[in-house]
Every structure is written in C-alpha cells, then in structure tokens.
Design a protein around this ligand. Sequence first.
Ligand code: IFM
Length: 460
Amino acid sequence: MAYDRAVTTAEPRLEPGALAARFPESFVWGFAASAYQVEGAVAADGRGPSIWDTFARQPGAIADGQTGDTACDHYHRFLEDVALMARIGVTAYRFSVSWPRVQPEGVGPANQPGLAFYDRLVDALLAAGIEPLVNLFHWDLPQALQDRGGFADPAVVGWFTEYAALVAGRLGDRVADWMTFNEPAVFAFLGHADGIHAPGLRDWPVALRVADNQLRAHAAAAGAIRSLVNDARIGIAIDVNQVVPATDTDRDRRAAAAWSAARDAWFLDPLFGRGYPQLGMEVHRAAGHLAGVELTEPPPGDLDYLGLNYYRRDPVSARSDRPFDWTIGARPGTEQTQMDWEVAPDGLRDVLLALHREYAPREIVITENGAAYPDRVDPDGHIQDHRRVDYLARHVAAAAEALAAGVPLTGYHVWSVLDNFEWSLGYSRRFGLVHVDYATQRRTPKASADWYTRLIAAAR
Ligand code: IFM
C-alpha cells in the first residue's frame, strides 16, 4: 500500500520561481530517454535485432508479453517529439543510439540509413535550440554480438570502441556531450545475474566479467571519441540510490555497507582510479561470484563529468550473515511511487554530497530522475499528475541544496519526456511528462510538463 503524502507543491519553496532562483542561468535542464524504450521501428532501415528484441519474445519475460516493437514510434515521430521538448523549453536532450541500427551485426561498416536517423535527430534538436547528449549504450546490444559471447567476452572492448568511433565520426561535428554507458550495474547484474533483463542470464561470474568489460570498453571508447571530437565532454551514468540499513541493527548496517561496496563502489572506485573496492571484493568472493574470474585493475574513467541516475532510497535488510542474503526494497508505510520505490529527495542531496566528498568528479550531471505514477486521463483530456510534480519539485530542491553546499552540479535531466517501454514491466509504468496513448500514439503534455516549463522559464 503506497503511503499517501499530501501534495506540497503549494509550499512557497517548491514554487517554480523559487526553485529556479537557486540555480545559475547556465544550468542545463533536460530530458533523458533511450532508444529501445521509445524508438520502435525495430526492423526499419536495416536495423539488426538486439538482445532486447530476443528477450522480449521469451514467454513471461515482459509484463503482458509486450515488446519495444512499436514503443512510442519515436523513430518516425521524432520531429513532433523534438517540437514538444522545445515547447516545454528544455535546453538538452539525452538520447541513446541503438547499436544494432548502426551495426546490425555489431561489427563492420556502418549501416548508413541507421546512422542517418541520428543525423536527422541531432539536426532537429540543434535547430530547436536543444543540445544533444549522446549516450552510446542503453542495454540494446546487437544479438549477433551476444551470440559471440556478448559483454562477457573481452573482445567487446574492441567491438564497442569501433562502434563508438563510427558514431563519434558521424555526429562529432555537432555533438560535444557524450556518454558511454547508462547504468552499467543494471546491465551487468539484472541482465546477467538476476536474469530479469536481457540477455536473461543467471550467472554471477559472467555478470562480474560483463561489469569489468564495460569499464574497459568505457575507457577505450572515451579515448576514441576524444581523438575524433576536439571539444568532447565525456561521461558515464551510474545509478546510485540512497542505500540505508532497513533497521538500526549491526546486521543490517553491515549488509548495507556490503551492498554499496559490491554494487555502487564496484563501478565508481575503478572509474576514479582506485581499482575494485576491497570490501566489494570480499563480499563477491564470499558469495562465490568470483569463481573462475581473474580481475585486474581497470583503467580509470577519464571523465569530464559523472552522470548520476537517482530515484529512491534502498533499505537493505539482512536475512542472515551470509553475503547477498539480503532483501532490498521499500519498507511498508513509506511514501512510494508506482515502482514500489521509496521516495527520498534528501537522499539525492546526500548522494550528491557523498559523491563529491568521496570522488571529487570535475562535474556532476543528474542524468536521470523521475517517477512512475498511475496517471489518470480526465474526461476533459487533462492529466493532473500532481504527485509527479511534487516528486520532481522536491528532488530539484534537494539538488539545489547540494549545489549550495558546493557540489559542482551542472545539469538535471528528467526521466522521461514520453511515457515509454519500462523494460520487464512493459508499458504498465508511465514516467513521462508527456502522456502517450499507445493505441493512437497521441501525445498529451501532463501538468508536470507545464510545471517543468515554468521552472525552466524562470531559471533563464
Ligand atoms: O526506464 C529506466 C531507464 O531505462 C534507466 N533508469 C531507470 C529508468 C526507470 O526505471
């Protein structure tokens, strides 16, 4: 049962004008989305199949057997979507390139019609005054590469670098902002250890190889992008939520620390040149996850900015003293979104402060933040998503607190502009500030889109 918090956007400190005043004019206000979640058109212009096309066809993998075959049909409607974003007023759009559109087999020369789509998208964004931020990988690996071992095979470092160079070579004359990977922990762990994301494997040693190869591919691709794009700014998006012990017991405290080390620091420490965290190593080893895996220190991340994807608080509760014998999830009676995620705006401030203190990245960009709620379309066609407005306003306020405390925060991207394909939950969870009627593909801005417009207008 979701706890019902009174909507507080009427609080003066959460009014768009008051919030906007706490950010510099140069602050970037954007939207984030990803290829498989919005594009559809999975067979258009020579696109090859991705591991998500395959996974979505496995019975029981996705709620109601849904797929990304059509999604928001953004591939054909991107001009309308760019116009919508321009009307809302964002100054940036973070999208991902679909690797199998560019290289249907994962290697070899570029499929020109596939690359041309991103050319058109970039041109449309720039013409609308929206800065593109290109994310190279949001989980839709070409199936042909999965058949050759996927991200568990060290050869992926070369495959990914070749792909990154094709995209950077084509878009680099107009795109300065790049991101190599989105949420490498989700891709590695949910896809290769938990089996609930593509490619649907349940094998921890494989998951840790995948994690390691993503870190290596990040470094190699960053080098390739820099050699092709003079003014490139390169980042990676790491999902860090607020990890807390579920209760104030030694056992839960130990479990929370172990989970953070085995998951968040597992990526952050190597990216900032520290190699794998010792506690994380101990935990994975004790859990048997490193059987047959030899890990050496990956190269550091060479980051111009760290992307942070933040959504929730993750309380960790230990069932025993054994590593990974934990439950992680919202506590009953707490405020939650439709994802059953515990809402914790202060956690965003605290995570930003902790990242700044611990790793001192040159810049931090919030590359995702947003919420799914069961939106209702009123008889007059409006969607009064006040709970989403409330969620966003409180998180923006928390970001302002971190900024005031000295965190070099330069941007905020709402996940997402459109309702879209929410992975194994199909279309049952709506994160958009713009409602999508999937039967007609009609887009209707929600009250939250109007709120975002007012915030951005007041900030500039
Ligand atoms: O939809 C996802 C996105 O693909 C990655 N970050 C979290 C979002 C909401 O679950």
